[in-house]
Ligand binder design. Structure first.
Ligand code: HEM
Length: 481
């Protein structure tokens, strides 16, 4: 049976394509509420795109924990045998909503786990590190990557200006300039929680953890030339790839690994373990496999389920807490703040963001509130309202004290911004990957807007990583000495 079309109040539509007029040739009528609703709703179809990570796609799936890590965390979703539904949204960072999926950029890897203790959001990237280590630099960093104020063009000179003035960026820029900066699609790349997080167990013992999501499809990348060609040929290639794979029943999966550092070990680790520009070498803390997740269901409506999805690093469930990583601390504020603006104050009421577990919040009202808690409307109360279970958070507390300052990390002030990218060049990359890294840097820094002085700074930056790398870049850019 054909369903009848209706307006948004469910009233049968008078027609799907004719408005009401005074005679067939006359003006239209204000009483045609159907036409008015249709145009007025259309006029409001867009919400602001995400200020970063605007272009993306994603799917639903399931996490299954296969190992016992109860000695590290009490979080329900990480207990052996537990299965938890999830949403994963992939994205590029700098491009707008319609931009190309294959552009050179980190890729967002944002997970929302619908756990029995509320939503746990792990909003990571396909890189284990980041460009900066203080959140006050983030808006400037993004401004340097996005469009100029005057001509609205992206500007590689601005990008190198920011990177070379902020040498802590070298590790992440190295990663993005390798072919991992242009993955073949979203299925063939790893994901990372990137930050150091805290886990605590039922006995209140604390650990520092890093998450690694290893693609079971294998890592596959595009060369710079292939990525550029794909930008023109099919800007939505990654969206298409993921959608088609799931429609065909080829469900992509990732193995979930963690590195676990005892709480006390952070104080005298050989470098600052909360610095987001660094990885923890595996010889110190090997990866432990704890489970696997699979993507197995496409969304029905992109706007409702992905554009309005809202991932917040601040959404952490009992057993998981923030570390003192300053970047993570900044992000705890920024995401729910932008989502209140981008979607509205009750964005957590939307089906995609709403937890599957019961909500007994004392927050109330506001625009578009549609799940309403009953009385009582305040806490504490003597009329049987919900009460907090403080016991669930036993173990999350730790001691800190100090002067209020504006200062870089004191912990391991001697840390070197170039040591880990140097190790990447020397020990991790193959000869052909090194050649492509040089070629990709040279290609990027050869854009017409990059000045001769900037090219010299680019060479100096890469020489600090490794003289051979600097030498290769100098040769490619035609910089003498
Ligand atoms: C202080 C540093 C940072 C700030 C202030 C920041 C801010 C933001 C903001 C405002 C959004 C848009 C969110 C929305 O509209 O829903 C966003 C998106 C995103 N950010 Fe960050 N970000 C920071 C660093 C990072 C880092 C270090 C990572 C990865 C490790 C990351 C990964 C993402 C991802 C994956 C998204 C897209 C989430 C989605 O798919 O909806 N960001 N960021």
């Amino acid at each position: 049976m054909v369903a009848y079309s209706t307006d948004d109040a469910g009233i049968p539509a008078p027609h799907d394509g004719l408005s009401q007029s005074v005679g067939p040739n006359g003006p239209l009528l204000l009483q045609d509420h159907y036409l008015i609703q249709k145009l007025a709703h259309f006029d409001r179809e867009r919400v602001p795109e995400r200020v970063v990570h605007a272009k993306g796609g994603g799917a639903y799936g399931e996490l299954e924990i296969t190992e016992d890590v109860s000695q590290y965390t009490r979080a329900g979703l990480f207990q052996k045998g537990k299965k938890t539904p999830l949403l994963l949204r992939f994205s590029t960072v700098a491009g707008e909503l319609g931009s190309a999926d294959s552009a050179r950029d980190p890729r967002g890897f944002a997970l929302k786990f619908y756990t029995e203790e509320g939503n746990y959001d792990l909003v990571g990237n396909n890189t284990p590190i980041f460009f900066i280590r203080d959140p006050s630099k983030f808006p400037d960093f993004i401004h340097s990557q996005k469009r100029r104020a005057d001509n609205q063009l992206r500007d590689n000179n601005n990008q190198w200006d920011f990177w070379t003035l902020n040498p802590e960026s070298a590790h992440q820029v190295s990663f993005v300039m390798t072919d991992r900066g242009t993955p073949k699609n979203w299925r063939h790349m790893h994901g990372f929680g990137s930050h150091t997080f805290m886990w605590y167990n039922a006995a209140g013992e604390k650990f520092w953890v890093k998450y690694h999501f290893k693609t079971d499809q294998g890592v596959e990348n595009l060369t710079a030339g292939e990525a550029k060609a794909l930008e023109a040929e099919d800007p939505d290639a990654f969206r298409r790839d993921l959608w088609n794979a799931i429609e065909k029943g080829e469900y992509p999966s990732w193995t979930v690994n963690v590195q676990v550092m005892p709480f006390e070990a952070a104080a005298d680790y050989r470098f600052n373990p909360f610095d987001l520009t660094k990885v923890w070498p595996h010889e110190d803390y090997p990866e432990i496999t704890i489970g696997r997740f699979t993507l197995n269901r496409n969304p029905q409506n992109y706007f409702a389920e992905l554009e309005q999805s809202a991932f917040q690093p601040s959404s952490m469930v009992p057993g998981i807490a923030a570390s003192p990583d300053k970047m993570l601390q900044g992000r705890l504020f920024s995401y729910p703040d932008t989502q209140r603006y981008r979607i509205g104050p009750n964005f957590l009421h939307l089906p995609v963001n709403r937890p599957l577990s019961p909500v007994h919040s004392y927050n109330r009202d506001g625009a578009m509130a549609f799940h309403a808690s009953p009385d009582p409307v305040y806490a504490p109360n003597t009329v049987g309202g919900p009460v907090a279970d403080q016991e669930l958070f036993t173990g999350a507390d730790y001691h800190v004290a100090g002067e209020i300052v504006r200062s870089a990390y004191e912990l391991h002030k001697e840390d070197d911004d170039f040591a880990q990218p140097r190790a990447l060049w020397e020990k991790v990359l193959t000869d052909s990957e090194r050649a492509n890294l040089v070629g990709n840097i040279v290609g990027h820094a050869s854009a017409p807007e990059v000045t001769a002085d900037m090219k010299r700074r680019v060479v100096e930056y890469w020489t600090n990583v490794h003289p051979d790398l600097g030498g290769g870049v100098a040769k490619g850019l035609g910089v003498q000495g």
